[in-house]
Each structure stands twice: as structure tokens, then as C-alpha cells.
Design a protein around this ligand. Structure first.
Ligand code: KIV
Length: 274
């Protein structure tokens, strides 16, 4: 169960080298079947801590644990053969300082086979990013709206409007300068995202940012219409699988109640057929 450094597998340096080239395609996955689907089409698969809300019904990402990330990371690794696997560091697993971050990042990589970790935060996380990068841990940064700081930010608001743009620009430059091989930029104005994409020497992966970023990421359950608790404006729905599943389950329930299921082809004869 390794998702790292095999032939044909995208690596963090490959991703870094895509700066200014064909846009990077990134989706989340949390299970083996979804990882298999996503692997065929994406450059990077992110085991996001959004798993807490999407699969576990948590109200935010704050309740996600190392154990949850490891379990889902192991499942995703089994489904990947070419995409780069990046795993989120959950809330409170890295903020105390570089040594705590190293311990938990190394555990996530060793126990799941992920080739890189993602962590949230800008200027205040630069020292940690540099510490990890210098010790063999590729780091993807995440600035702009950082969902683990939802309480501090007062909600899932657009970040970096007006004069606040300089703060986000400084955050992005700090993590890239500290050695992040790519930076996720979430929910910022389009013009700011374009400026940051121009500023940085590493790929900027947008979510609610700009089509001019070096790549795009979405939560796979959002774009498939499977997670419908809320719908951020930056999500485009490419399917309505939730609604389709609802219809299918309703049809099954009606068939069972009317004794239309199982049908003769689903049941077994007393003697095997010759
Ligand atoms: O947890 C997650 O899914 C993420 C992406 C939305 C970038 O961090």
C-alpha cells in the first residue's frame, strides 16, 4: 500500500514543474472506489479533511482526527496508480510547532503511503513548512479561506477583499518561499488570485479563486452532487448523483413493499439448474 515514487507516478517535483503549463486537475477522494475513478483523470488526489463533513456528518473539519485521516488515506492509496496523493494534516496535528508537525506528517506518510501533506496557514506556518521540506516532507500550502480557522474568521467568508489582499499575498509568498511545492488558494477575489498566481514560482491551485490559477481543486462529492448539505458558489455540479440515488432508493423501497423485488431471476431453485 504505497502511493509514492513508483514509475509513472506524478511526484511533487513534477507538479512544481507544471507552473505556467497545462492546468493541474485536482479532486478529493476518501475511499478506494472513488480514488480509482479520480485517478484516471486527475494529476493530484487530495485526501481532504473535508471528509469530516462529507462522509462523517461533522459540522466542520475541526473534529477530524489523525486516525480518520489515516484510515481514509489507506483506502485512497489502494485506488491510485498514477496521481500524486496528498493528505491533509488535521486540525491540532501541526499548529504547536515544527516538531509536532514533523511527527504527525511523517506518521501520515508512513501509514498511508501519501507522497505529500497539506497544511493550512500563511506567514505563521512558514517556519513549519521550511522545517518539513528540509526533512523530506513535501508540503502543499493552503491560504486564503482556511476552513480549520472558521471560528477565527467568523465563517466561510471570502478572504482578501480590498486592503486585506496584501495579507493573503504575503501568506502565499511566505509558504511558497518556505519551500511548499504548490499552494491551494481558497475563496479569494479573482483579481487577487491572478496576481498571486503571477507572483509565485510554484503552482497555485484555486478553489473559489480564478480560472487563471495553475490548477483547480474541488471536493468530489460537491461536483458530483452527492454532498448537498450546502453548496458553495464556487462549485459547479457536473452530475446530480444524490438526486439519482434518492430516486433509486425510493424505487427499491416501493418494489419491496409491493413484493416486486426480488423477482424470479433473483431467487434460487431448490435444485441447481443443469
Ligand atoms: O479538505 C479539503 O477537501 C480541502 C480542499 C477543499 C482544498 O482542503
Amino acid at each position: 500500500m504505497s502511493a509514492t515514487a513508483e514509475p509513472g507516478r506524478l511526484t511533487p517535483p513534477d507538479v512544481r514543474a507544471r507552473k505556467g503549463g497545462e492546468p493541474l486537475v485536482v479532486l478529493t477522494a476518501y475511499t478506494t472506489p472513488m480514488a480509482r475513478l479520480v485517478d484516471r483523470h486527475c494529476d493530484i488526489v487530495l485526501v481532504g479533511d473535508s471528509v469530516g463533513m462529507v462522509l462523517h456528518g461533522l459540522p466542520s473539519t475541526l473534529g477530524v482526527t489523525m486516525e480518520m485521516m489515516i484510515l481514509h488515506g489507506q483506502a485512497v492509496a489502494r485506488g491510485l496508480s498514477r496521481a500524486l496523493m496528498v493528505i491533509d494534516m488535521p486540525f491540532a496535528s501541526y499548529e504547536e510547532g515544527p516538531a509536532q508537525a514533523f511527527r504527525n506528517a511523517a506518521r501520515l506518510m508512513a501509514e498511508t503511503g501519501a507522497a505529500a501533506v497539506k497544511l493550512e496557514g500563511g506567514v505563521h506556518m512558514a517556519e513549519t513548512v521550511a522545517y518539513l521540506a528540509a526533512r523530506g516532507i513535501p508540503v502543499m500550502g493552503h491560504v486564503g479561506l482556511t476552513p480549520q480557522a472558521v471560528n477565527q474568521l467568523g465563517g466561510y467568508r471570502v478572504q482578501g477583499r480590498g486592503a486585506d489582499g496584501d495579507r493573503i499575498r504575503g501568506d502565499a509568498a511566505a509558504v511558497a518561499g518556505a519551500g511548499a511545492f504548490a499552494v491551494v488558494l481558497e475563496k479569494v477575489p479573482d483579481a487577487l488570485a491572478r496576481a498571486i498566481s503571477r507572483d509565485l514560482a510554484v503552482p497555485v491551485i484555486g478553489i473559489g479563486a480564478s480560472a487563471d490559477c495553475d490548477g483547480q481543486v474541488l471536493v468530489v462529492d460537491d461536483m458530483l452532487g452527492m454532498f448537498t448539505d450546502f453548496r458553495p458558489r464556487f462549485v459547479r455540479r457536473y452530475a446530480e448523483l444524490g438526486a439519482e440515488a434518492d430516486q433509486a432508493i425510493a424505487a427499491y423501497a416501493a418494489d419491496v413493499r409491493a413484493r416486486r423485488f426480488p423477482a424470479p431471476e433473483h431467487v434460487f431453485a431448490t435444485e441447481p439448474r443443469q
